[in-house]
Ligand binder design. Structure first.
Ligand SMILES: C[S@@+](CC[C@H](N)C(=O)[O-])C[C@H]1O[C@@H](n2cnc3c(N)ncnc32)[C@H](O)[C@@H]1O
Length: 300
């Protein structure tokens, strides 16, 4: 079954509309490969059949199957290493200070909790990696008045199937072997018949939700740290700008945005101040007329 140029155009426009993925002409093979099965089943054996079905179909399940087929869910625990080192070494002490100061000050009415968002969380390894570091930090620094429940992680993704695994918190031998030390595996995971199950303690600070970040998301409220890693590369400039504008708005004045290694905030039309901690670039939203919280400095 070959994908014709006009079918490629119709399918890539549809994909762009439902999840913002921008697919260049050189990726015709990818669409052909990934939608082959759906064209055979839902399309009755042709790509045109699938296009016709998508045009008249009001059942969100078919749309979701296209999303499942087209999204790339590659991830691992502590992916790329250094961003998590930066989080541990530099952001966590700053966040701890933030919590202590918020607890002391009038900002309490807003809640002292630190909110962290893993914006394209895939199967959850990014969020659980953060939770492990928070757990370790709190255990080592609990005397300073910070507790695990002072942290809230929101982990979101557009794909229901990856979110289902993230919520289940269960990983195969292969997934658990990627990026996780034997020590952390023993500390946070239990071997079950279906795989390695993450501890309830880590789960307790993470909420998983289905969010399409190409749609408006400012109702999610403010965040102190946003991780939006290895996802902007799939979007065009217009979509990236829309996402960055909203993230800038949601980031607290003293908060930080972390992107993937090949992603940046340049040319996005939003005012971020970027700084480097070892190999990790952190972006802070410059905001006019704020200053209720003291600025927290990142140790270099
Ligand atoms: C390559 S993974 C990155 C996972 C993780 N952030 C990391 O760096 O390891 C990209 C994720 O973005 C999700 N995604 C794609 N389009 C999205 C959209 N419009 N809104 C939210 N998530 C999306 C995919 O389902 C996939 O799980």
């Amino acid at each position: 079954m070959k994908l014709k140029p006009e079918e490629f155009t119709a399918l890539t426009s549809y994909i762009y509309k439902i999840c913002g993925l921008s697919i260049g002409n050189e990726k015709q093979y990818l669409v052909e490969q990934r939608l082959f099965r759906l064209a055979k089943t839902a399309g009755g054996g042709s790509f045109q059949g699938l296009i016709d079905k998508l045009k008249i179909n009001t059942d969100p399940r078919l749309r979701d199957e296209v999303i499942e087929a087209m999204t790339t869910n590659e991830t691992s625990f502590f992916r790329d290493g250094h961003p998590f080192e930066t989080f541990r070494e530099s952001l966590l002490p700053a966040l701890e200070q933030m919590i202590v100061q918020r607890k002391k000050s009038a900002i309490q009415r807003r809640g002292a909790k630190v909110r962290i968002w893993s914006a394209a969380a895939s199967t959850g390894q990014e969020a659980y990696s953060l939770a492990m570091l928070i757990h370790e930090h709190v255990k080592a620094n609990g005397h300073k008045g910070v507790a695990l429940e002072d942290f809230d992680i929101l982990a979101t993704d557009i794909s229901s199937s990856v979110l289902a695994q993230a919520i289940g918190g269960c990983y195969s031998d292969m997934e658990i072997a990627r990026g996780l030390s034997a020590e952390r595996r023993a500390k946070y995971f239990t071997k079950t018949d279906s795989g390695w199950a993450v501890s309830n303690e880590l789960r307790s600070i993470i909420e998983f939700r289905r969010i399409n970040i190409t749609e408006p998301f400012t109702t999610l409220g403010g965040f102190d740290v946003i991780l939006c890693r290895n996802i902007l590369i799939y979007f065009d400039d217009e979509t990236k700008r829309k996402i960055m504008r909203q993230m800038h708005q949601l980031l607290s004045p003293e908060g930080f945005l972390m992107l993937g290694a090949c992603e940046n905030v340049q040319g996005m039309g939003v005012d971020f101040e970027s700084m480097t901690h070892k190999s990790t670039i952190l972006h802070r939203a410059r905001k006019a007329g704020t200053g209720s919280d003291p600025k927290l400095t990142v140790k270099k």
